[in-house]
Design a binder for this molecule. Structure first.
Ligand SMILES: [Zn+2]
Ligand SMILES: [Zn+2]
Ligand SMILES: [Zn+2]
Length: 320
């Protein structure tokens, strides 16, 4: 399927056609060469950059890419956005590597008991575990024996490129910022993977008791679980509502005023800092009271996670 006229024409490919077009080493090398180039590249220059020895075959492979992945512009060739996206996916490691880091003790503190936590990486997720308390929730889907018990502090999706050259402590910190940025897009109705529209839902535990740490019924420390699901791609993310609320401007302002970086705070954790009160199961309405030092911010949200009320009490001297 091609409509190339030699200038701005482009094609729309089915997923099957995409795999057929990309399923060749020479074509991949052409994309790589154009990705590294600063601007458009002429035909002969491009031929030399990929060190291909068969000019007629090179022309054939280049023609396969022109239209959807590569634009023919003026006297040369340049990547189109789909070509850039293919290279981004490859360089993120998402489609080529699957690194594993064993759970390792770090100097990052548990938000609930302050013990040094363990951090690992597997299946494109950072896993955090506290060896000394019940953690945030009970989970058994990480391939490490320690996760069959309590102490799970959660998983954060993170592309493999983030792992390279970083300690597990640094991976932990990067995943916190990466997740915050993901949540910022999701909380504004935008899928952070494909920019499609997302849907929200909230599920409340029907007999919640987390007085001992985590609840026997739902396994969580928090009572209401928010889900954000893309209507277009496979993206979905689940969190406690307090974690989701960190993206609200009023909560961010409160944190910044108290010296907390809302994207990458080292020692702030929403589930440790917020007290959750469910006001109504159906329709959902709940109140979250965030406390930092002596200041509190109380946020009430409804079933589509919109803020319906917000109250701030500053018990310290106000600044001018
Ligand atoms: Zn702990
Ligand atoms: Zn529960
Ligand atoms: Zn999506």
């Amino acid at each position: 399927m091609t409509t190339d006229t030699g200038t701005e024409a482009h094609t729309v490919l089915s997923p099957e056609e995409v795999f057929a077009v990309l399923g060749d080493q020479a074509r991949f090398e052409i994309l790589q060469a154009l990705g590294k180039a600063d601007g458009q590249v002429g035909y002969s220059d491009l031929f030399e950059r990929i060190e291909y020895d068969d000019r007629s075959n090179f022309s054939y492979h280049l023609d396969k890419l022109v239209g959807h992945f590569v634009a023919k512009v003026g006297g040369g060739y340049a990547l189109r956005r789909p070509g850039e996206r293919v290279l981004e996916a490859i360089h993120s490691g998402a489609v080529t590597t699957d690194p594993v880091r064993e759970l390792t003790r770090t100097d990052r503190p548990c938000p609930f008991c302050s013990a040094p936590i363990e951090v690992g990486y597997e299946q494109e997720r950072v896993a955090m575990h506290c060896p000394e308390c019940q953690g945030l929730f009970r989970g058994e889907d990480f391939e490490d024996d320690r996760f069959t018990e309590t102490g799970n502090l959660g998983f954060r999706p993170l592309p493999p490129a983030a792992v390279d050259g970083r300690t597990v402590g640094e991976i932990h910190d990067v995943s916190k910022a990466w997740t915050a940025l993901t949540m910022h897009a999701a909380s504004r109705g935008i899928c952070p993977r494909c920019s499609g529209r997302v849907d929200y839902s909230v599920v409340v535990c029907d007999s919640h008791d987390a007085s001992g740490g985590t609840c026997d019924t739902c396994g969580n420390r928090f009572e209401a679980k928010a889900s954000v699901t893309c209507t277009n791609c496979t993206f979905d993310i689940r969190s406690g509502v307090a974690g989701y609320l960190l993206t609200r401007p009023e909560v961010m302002a409160f944190l910044i005023d108290n010296g907390v970086d809302p994207i990458a705070a080292e020692d702030f954790h929403p589930y440790a800092a917020a007290k959750e009160t469910i006001l109504s199961d159906s329709p959902f309405e709940a109140r979250y009271m965030f406390t930092v030092d002596e200041d509190t911010l109380t946020v009430t949200v409804d079933d589509d996670l919109s803020v319906v009320d917000i109250t701030r009490e500053e018990t310290t001297e106000g600044s001018c």
